[in-house]
Each structure stands twice: as structure tokens, then as C-alpha cells.
Design a protein around this ligand. Structure first.
Ligand code: C2E
Ligand code: MG
Ligand code: MG
Length: 404
């Protein structure tokens, strides 16, 4: 059944078509808002629980540009893409929106029929705000001084997500993911404060803190016979600080740690605005022995020559593609190509977002080296990792996973 009084926002430059859709939706008891200008739509306040029907083909600002802008504005409304293009274009646009973490729930081809609209509305799940399971900061903005204090007074902690060698089944590494244990709001996830830190000149301090914790932890595990490579995420601004390679080298020396035990993950989009300094810094980091990973690969615009120019040691395929390989041929082709590319460039390939046995099996068939995802384990506090691994490697359930 259709949600009564569901708020639907139509964005279509053709006024007749927009009105026609509006009439159909009103007949289905929806509250309708029409925009024939995408610019006006982007300037409006879009309720988080509404559904946006977005036409992809608009002369003023095309659907792909609107998707990019909506992502920049962190719009959480559910989106249905509409187009008269062939289904390949619709599919690519949907993949792009998903890669931007937008909440695309369906797609429709023009001319849209009443029965299609009914089906789309009937299939809608109740609205959920993605990645918002705890510590929502939207209802009370965080302040610079609060976050600065959190970094200083050690309210940040790292959770580690295991990375498994797909052939041997061995635990080979862990990605360190930052969380904020807030005194009142509970555990706050990084998408709620890392972008804020980036925009308020706190990312240097945040990353320095994260790296210190990760280095101490790696050394501790090493002393306890667990040789684990640890990956940390760094932001675009971090790789424009010329002092970073020396700071990092000093830290690993202090802890007598081999720099190759530390991998720095840089997202593909952070490299998009890359200046010469980042290239300089990344090259020096490699020369000092640190490993470099290109994170969320497939979502940005890095050219092959850029991959070749920067001495990456690892290619981390974006979870948006990995999750879909069991039911979407194009995602499967993309992931397969990434694995091949990684092999050709002699890079370690990591698939993140492995959630099911089926996806694991397909990745293994493709020759992907390393897997990370909820199917193996969710990120966990450092002190849980050893006991988790004992259980994991001894579990009968995981025997077929482990066989080479
Ligand atoms: P990322 O580096 O791509 O990390 C992977 C994210 O996917 C993590 O979310 C992880 O918990 C989640 N994930 C892992 N496996 C699965 C799976 O099978 N299914 C699904 N649905 N999700 C999975 P998390 O911890 O919320 O981190 C989000 C992003 O925040 C990270 O994306 C990274 O870009 C950023 N981040 C995390 N820690 C730091 C940090 O210390 N510094 C900086 N600059 N950014 C960080
Ligand atoms: Mg990462
Ligand atoms: Mg990633």
C-alpha cells in the first residue's frame, strides 16, 4: 500500500510532464512539490523523509550534476531516477549516485505509467537515515572547541576491521576506523565529524592522534606475536602537509616499527584536487617505506596515468561495487577489471564491503587477494581482535572460506 500523504518532490524541466506526474501522484494521495528548475530545487529545503523523482535529462543542469550537488549537500531523501535514456544510462547514473552514498531506491523509464508509480511507491521501505545508528549530531551542531577538546582529551578511539587473505584465510591486516566516544551522545561515527574536522582545520590534529594510536597498537600486537599491517585513512589536507613524511618516520622510529607495517589510505576523490605537493609527499612516504592504498577506487576520476604516477601499493575497490557483484553484471565487470588492473600494476587488491558468502566466492574466483567486510567481521575495539581471530580461525563455519 502507498504511504498516505507521502511527500514527493518532482524535478523535471518539462512543465507539462512534471504536471502530469504531479496529477498521477496526487491521485495516489501524495503531497506533491514541483520544480521545473534544478537550480531552484537545490536551493530549496528538501525534507529528509521525502521522495525525489529526478529527471536525468535537463538542459540547465543535467541529472548527473544534480546528483553531485545533492551528494555535496548530504541530502538523505530517497531518490527515484527518471529518464527517457536507455536503461544503460539510467543504470550508470544509479551507480554514480550510489557511489556518492545517495539513497537511490528505484529508477523509472519515460513515459512513466500509473502502474509503475504505484509499484515504486508500494515497494518503498520506511525512511532510514543512512549511517546514523547512534550519536546523531544533526540535532545539535558540534563546535570546533568541542571537537578540539575531544581530540586532546582522548575521546577518540579506533575500531579495527580485519582483512583476510582470500587464499590462505589468514588475518593479514586491519583497517583502523576512528570513533568519537562522546560523553553525552555515545559512540559517534566518522561521517559525522571527520568532514567537520576537515572544514575547520582540525584534521591535522585528528590524523596525528589516529596515527599515534594505530602505531602504538601495531607495536603492541607485534610484541604479542600478531604481525598485522594496520591501515589508516588520511584526508586530502593531510597529504598537502609537507612535514607529514618526517613526522610519520619519527613516530615509527620511536616505536621501533617497520614503516611497511603501516598503510596510508587516500581516497580517490582526495586525489582529484591533487596538487604537486601531494605527489611529492606521497612519493616521499613510499621512499620512507610506508605503504599507500587508493581507497574507494572506482568512485573518483583517477586516470590510469595517475595510478601509474603515484606509487600506490594497494588498490581498494569501493564497497558500492563489491556489494552488487552477485546480482549486477556491470558491477561484476567493474570489480573484475579493478582486480586485473591491480595485478597488472603489481598492487595488492582489497575488496571492501564483503557481506555474503556468494560475494566472497566470486571475488576469490576473480583472484582478488584480500577481503574486508561484515561477512568476516565488523570493526571492533582492539582488545576484541585477538579473541575474535581465535574463534574465527577455529570455527567449522569458516572452513570452506579458509581452504585455498
Ligand atoms: P572507508 O575508509 O571506506 O571505510 C570503510 C567503511 O565501510 C567503514 O565505515 C566500515 O565500517 C564500513 N564497512 C566495512 N565493511 C562493510 C560491509 O561489509 N558493509 C557495509 N555496509 N559497510 C562496511 P566507517 O567506520 O563508518 O567509516 C566511514 C568513513 O570514514 C571511512 O570510509 C573513511 O573514509 C572515514 N574515516 C574513518 N576513520 C577515519 C580516520 O581516522 N581519518 C579520516 N580522515 N577518515 C576516516
Ligand atoms: Mg578506508
Ligand atoms: Mg573505502
Amino acid at each position: 500500500m502507498t504511504d498516505k500523504n507521502q511527500h514527493v518532490v518532482i524535478v523535471d524541466d518539462d512543465p507539462h510532464y512534471a504536471e502530469l506526474l504531479g496529477e498521477m501522484l496526487s491521485a495516489l494521495d501524495c503531497l506533491v512539490t514541483l520544480f521545473t528548475s534544478p537550480v531552484a530545487f537545490l536551493e530549496s529545503d528538501i525534507p529528509g523523509d521525502s521522495i525525489v523523482l529526478l529527471d536525468l535529462k535537463m538542459p540547465q543542469l543535467d541529472g548527473v550534476e544534480v546528483i553531485r550537488e545533492m551528494a555535496a549537500r548530504k541530502i538523505t531523501a530517497r531518490i527515484v531516477l527518471i529518464s527517457g535514456y536507455d536503461s544503460g544510462v539510467l543504470h550508470s547514473a544509479q551507480q554514480l549516485a550510489k557511489a556518492h552514498r545517495l539513497n537511490v531506491v528505484d529508477r523509472l523509464t519515460k513515459p512513466v505509467m500509473m502502474k509503475d508509480l504505484k509499484t515504486v511507491l508500494a515497494n518503498l521501505e520506511p525512511h532510514q537515515i543512512p549511517n546514523n545508528t547512534s550519536g546523531d549530531l544533526r540535532d545539535g551542531a558540534i563546535s570546533v572547541s568541542e571537537l578540539r577538546e575531544a581530540i586532546r582529551s582522548e575521546q577518540l578511539e579506533l575500531h579495527y576491521q580485519p582483512q583476510i587473505n582470500m587464499k590462505s584465510g589468514e588475518l593479514v591486516g586491519a583497517e583502523a576506523l576512528v570513533r568519537w566516544r562522546h560523553p553525552h551522545r555515545g559512540l559517534v561515527f566518522p561521517n559525522q565529524f571527520v568532514p567537520f574536522a576537515e572544514n575547520n582545520h582540525l584534521i591535522g590534529d585528528l590524523t596525528a592522534r589516529v596515527i599515534r594510536m594505530a602505531v602504538e597498537q601495531t607495536r603492541y600486537w607485534g610484541e604479542n606475536n600478531l604481525k598485522l599491517r594496520v591501515s589508516v585513512n588520511v584526508s586530502a589536507e593531510n597529504i598537502s602537509s609537507l612535514a607529514l613524511p618526517e613526522q610519520l618516520s619519527r613516530q615509527v622510529e620511536q616505536h621501533q616499527l617497520d614503516p611497511s607495517m603501516l598503510t596510508l589510505e587516500v581516497t580517490e576523490s582526495a586525489l582529484m584536487n591533487q596538487r604537486i605537493t601531494s605527489l611529492d609527499i606521497l612519493t616521499r612516504l613510499r621512499m620512507k617505506g610506508f605503504k599507500l592504498s587508493i581507497d574507494d577506487f572506482g568512485t573518483g576520476y583517477s586516470s590510469l596515468s595517475q595510478l601509474h604516477r603515484i606509487p600506490f601499493t594497494e588498490l581498494k575497490i569501493d564497497q558500492g561495487f563489491v556489494m552488487d557483484i552477485d546480482h549486477d553484471e556491470e558491477s561484476r565487470a567493474i570489480v573484475e577489471t579493478c582486480v586485473m588492473l591491480g595485478h597488472k600494476l603489481k598492487m595488492n587488491t582489497v575488496a571492501e564491503g564483503v557481506e555474503t558468502q556468494k560475494v566472497w566466492d566470486l571475488l576469490k574466483e576473480m583472484g582478488c587477494e584480500t577481503a574486508q567486510g561484515y561477512f568476516i567481521a565488523r570493526p571492533m575495539p582492539a582488545d576484541k581482535l585477538l579473541s575474535w581471530y581465535d574463534k574465527y580461525s577455529g570455527s567449522p563455519d569458516t572452513e570452506n572460506i579458509h581452504s585455498p
